[in-house]
Design a protein around this ligand. Structure first.
Ligand code: FAD
Length: 404
């Protein structure tokens, strides 16, 4: 690694510099690091440890130096900063200039981006500039080997994601080109606890804007340098309009999700009522969203939000692979479905075979009156004799809910 840190506080992770480090492009909004970037740093830390290299964070923005400590605590050995008021808001060209220039100089072997609006814009731009690949929306990242008829490769990044409409899980490798790049959606990787005792290096990138003398690599401090051209600022940000997130599925402890089995927009009032009763948030399948029963911001799944609540109630949801991809890591899953063979029961811990219009009012009544659920909904075929509802995933061999 060629960079000389401007600030060094106990550098860590000497690593195999020749192999290249593992980087995360860090997104910043409202002075805070985006959660997806912190999640990715945890994953980068894990991959870097496996490869014996360093994990690094790249931050572009204004006043971003103060964020370096938190990035180190979340796993970065190195934090590259491109800090200037003219870079306050994301604009594709100058950000891509910084990242592509830095990658060319420092040669990381892996670069990860959040699959956000910014990451989905920046990642492909950097990939095409550097003539390398990029796998979008990975659901897992691993290190492994690869063999072709001619050659074997070791320690490649396995970029794992559903393909062909979710019918297969594809493992994609980029054996010939560097860096190996991937985007990952928020919530897919676990957010690791920060370790405030970790120490890392901060490397400030020397920036020169049009009309300024070049901040070259020949400078005595040897910092990485980026020189912008007029073309980089061909697009000017005129106005930013931000809208608060109205639905916080990711932060919810309880989610009550409805599917096409709910049957209508009016039918979703029942889903809202149960969510409200339990202090939860309303989720939905894509079929329910496409049918216009509820807004897209409620969608859970491969192309919606990935969630891991303490309790996920799936009502009238069949449990397609695309839906399960977004919720099967929930701590407890309760499925309500008229079809005992519905695939949702294969991931559910508890299953109720019954009509949701019948079951949910009884659940609400049970919760309000503190009756046991078995006592209230027993008539509609709930659970086994011993419990409130029949355990399926936790203890069942059949893989679907009890219909006792
Ligand atoms: P259905 O599959 O129609 O299931 C309805 C279920 O309700 C059935 O099991 C039925 O038995 C039950 N039911 C009916 N009436 C009642 C009742 N009165 N009481 C109880 N149960 C009842 N889907 C997502 O959810 N999220 C995604 O992010 C997503 N991304 C996708 C991405 C791609 C590339 C593709 C190709 C598809 C994606 N899908 C996604 C769509 C997915 O394949 C399914 O079509 C969708 O999840 C089905 O939604 P559903 O379970 O609500 O509907």
């Amino acid at each position: 690694m060629a960079s000389d840190p401007t600030t060094v506080s106990g550098a860590t992770g000497a690593g195999d510099a020749a192999a290249g480090d593992v980087w995360v492009f860090v997104e910043v909004g409202g002075g805070r690091v985006a959660e997806v970037s912190l999640e990715l740093l945890g994953k980068a830390r894990e991959l870097a440890d496996l490869l014996g290299v360093r994990a690094a964070a790249v931050v572009v923005g204004a006043g971003v130096r103060s964020l370096a400590g938190s990035l180190v605590a979340h796993g970065a050995d190195l934090v590259y900063l491109a800090d200037d008021p003219r870079l306050e808001h994301y604009v594709a060209q100058p950000y891509a200039r910084v990242l592509a220039g830095l990658i060319r100089r420092e040669r990381p072997q892996i670069v990860l981006y959040g699959a956000t609006t910014t990451g989905r814009d920046l990642g492909p731009r950097v990939a095409s500039t550097l003539r390398t690949g990029l796998t979008a929306d990975c659901t897992d990242l691993q290190i492994g080997d690869h063999q072709t008829r001619e050659q074997s490769y070791t320690n490649l990044l396995y970029q794992i994601r559903p393909a062909f409409g979710g019918n297969i899980i594809a493992t994609i490798v980029s054996p010939e080109h560097r860096p190996q790049m991937a985007t990952v959606r928020e919530g897919v990787m676990r957010l690791a606890e920060p370790d405030e005792a970790r120490q890392g290096e901060i490397v400030e990138i020397a920036l020169s804007f049009p009309g300024e003398p070049p901040a070259g690599d020949g400078r005595p401090d040897g910092r990485p340098a980026v020189a912008f051209s007029d073309d980089d600022f061909a697009v000017a940000l005129v106005r930013r309009v931000t809208e608060e997130k109205r639905v916080d599925l990711k932060g919810a402890h309880i989610i009550v999700a409805g599917g096409s089995g709910v049957g209508s927009k009016q039918g979703f009032a029942l889903i809202h009522e149960l969510a409200h009763t339990l202090g939860g948030v309303v989720g939905a399948s894509r079929a329910a969203v496409d049918a216009g029963y509820i807004g897209r911001e409620h969608q859970v799944g491969q192309t919606g939000t990935t969630v891991r609540p303490k309790l996920y109630i799936a009502a009238g949801i069949s449990g397609s692979v695309q839906h399960r991809a977004g919720m099967d890591q929930s701590a407890r899953i309760l499925a309500i479905n008229t079809d005992p063979q519905a695939p949702i029961f294969s991931v559910a811990h508890y299953g109720i075979v019954g009509d949701l219009h019948d079951v949910i009012p009884k659940m609400i009544r049970a919760y309000k009156t503190k009756e046991t659920l078995a006592g209230v909904v027993g008539a509609s075929g709930v659970g086994d004799a011993s419990g409130v509802v029949g355990a399926s995933r936790a203890g069942g061999s059949e893989g679907h809910g009890s219909d006792a």
